[in-house]
Design a protein around this ligand. Structure first.
Ligand code: AMP
Length: 427
């Protein structure tokens, strides 16, 4: 019997896993540069956290959660998103009583019971960043800049930032009522009619042409924003312009989770087809209170690392494939006796900061040299009886085939300087 991963699970194995790691690291790095701190939070939470946080009317809560009862009788859910759990952790650990805003980031698997397709999975990976405790529009712009710079550092250019404001508890109810009035007059199916009552903004997000056509003249939230929300939105836009971050006003943009207020944004990639959203975020000024905390404004985003890998592949083409291991030096032992010397030698190299591997098991020279070639290493270090006797190692440059003997005591330094020079030439 052989097992397969459950349907819709996204997995990464070499060599593609290096691309995944590159994507995640680009976001980690961008977040660290803006002085966000890493957090690791629960993969499963009390189901009611998501029901109250993400919102009962969202598709995520209504149809997509992996919820179950534990052996102890608790109702828990695998996180379908990060924000509710991260905010719960910030409150639980009292971070909001210290310096504000609390700026944190994390990444990992999220779970939604969706219909799997290209770019849409049931277990997928997000990088998530949150700034909690300020209404300052500058922090809205900062979160966008952190994401934008991370995409750009990965070489991505074929994406668009879509921007909208969803108003606040002042102006949104007025807009909501106006939108409901408009939608109720349309010729829509039963499920959509229900949605008008529970979450009318989501109807604007319906991708079906027959719905699109009818909602073309729907009222837009921008025309209903109160003075405070309007000023906030204008400030965010001016800040983006001053940071050289291009955006498009997207008056129809709403998001799948119920907690968003004011600034809302999405990054859309041009080459990904139907699942083109590579990230999105926004403000959630009421969320803390929704989950039983004090009034505490916040903003953040989550990006889909799976889709970013797809975006990198589509933009870089064949050049996307990374080296399998990043291995720089590969050790080859000629004969059993030399095994210890090779392992000792490459351990010293590793301690000096070089990525080194060796041929394990007893293969002949030919097999071992083939493994050296496959490893992607620049140099092979060969040690046999002769080298052991003369206190040397034999070093082969796998790029040009040149081979030479170097005293064992100075071989590490020799390799270090060669690798440094090769690195400088590559730049
Ligand atoms: P959301 O949490 O729904 O705002 O989604 C944020 C980002 O996560 C999206 O822009 C996608 O890139 C990614 N994402 C959401 N759902 C999925 C999924 N089922 N499979 C893969 N990526 C997803």
């Amino acid at each position: 019997m052989s097992f397969q991963a459950p349907k819709g699970v996204s997995e990464y194995v070499p060599p593609r896993s290096a691309l995944f790691e590159e994507a995640r690291e680009a976001f980690n790095e961008s977040a660290r540069r803006a002085c966000y701190a890493p957090v690791e939070t629960a993969v499963f939470e009390d189901t009611s956290l998501f029901v109250r946080g993400v919102g009962e009317s969202s598709d995520v809560v209504r149809k997509e959660m992996y919820s179950f009862e534990t052996r102890g009788g608790d109702q828990v859910t695998l996180r379908p998103e990060f924000t509710a759990g991260v905010l719960r952790a910030v409150l639980e650990h009292n971070l909001h009583r210290g310096a504000l805003p609390v700026k944190v980031f994390t990444s990992g698997a999220a779970f939604r019971y969706e219909q799997p397709q290209a770019g849409r999975y049931r277990q997928f990976y997000q990088f998530d960043l949150e700034a909690i405790g300020t209404e300052d529009p500058a922090v809205d712009a900062e979160t966008i800049a952190v994401a934008y710079d991370a995409y750009r550092s990965l070489g991505l250019t074929q994406f668009t930032l879509l921007l909208n404001s969803l108003g606040d508890s002042n102006c949104r109810p007025v807009y909501r009522a106006a939108l409901q009035d408009f939608l109720r007059k349309l010729d829509l199916d039963e499920e959509t009619r229900q949605r008008i009552e529970i979450n009318p903004l989501r109807v604007l997000d319906d991708k079906r042409p027959e719905v699109r056509e009818q909602t073309a003249d729907a009222p837009y939230i921008v025309d209903y924003l109160c003075e405070a929300c309007k000023t906030h939105y204008d400030t965010v836009r001016a800040l983006l312009t001053s940071m050289n971050i291009p955006y498009q006003d997207a008056p129809r943009l709403v998001r799948g989770l119920d907690y968003y207020t004011r600034t809302t944004y999405e990054f859309d990639h041009a080459l990904l087809g139907a699942q083109s959203g590579i990230g999105g975020g926004g403000r959630y000024d009421g969320l803390s209170e929704d989950i039983g905390g004090p009034p505490l404004p916040g903003i953040g985003f989550a990006v889909g690392l799976d889709r970013i890998v797809l975006a990198i592949e589509s933009e870089r083409g064949a050049a996307a494939a990374p080296a399998a291991t990043g291995c720089q030096v590969f050790g080859v032992a000629l004969g059993e006796d030399a095994h210890t010397d090779v392992l000792t030698f490459i351990t010293a190299l590793r301690r000096a900061g070089v990525a080194a591997d060796m041929a394990f098991g007893s293969r002949g020279l030919k097999g071992a040299m083939k493994a050296a070639d496959r490893s992607g290493a620049r140099f092979a270090v060969i040690i046999g009886a002769e080298e052991r006797k003369s206190g040397t190692v034999s070093i082969k440059d796998l790029e040009n085939g040149e081979q030479q003997d170097v005293a064992a005591t100075s071989a590490t330094d020799w390799l270090l300087s060669k690798l440094r020079r090769a690195g400088e030439e590559a730049e």
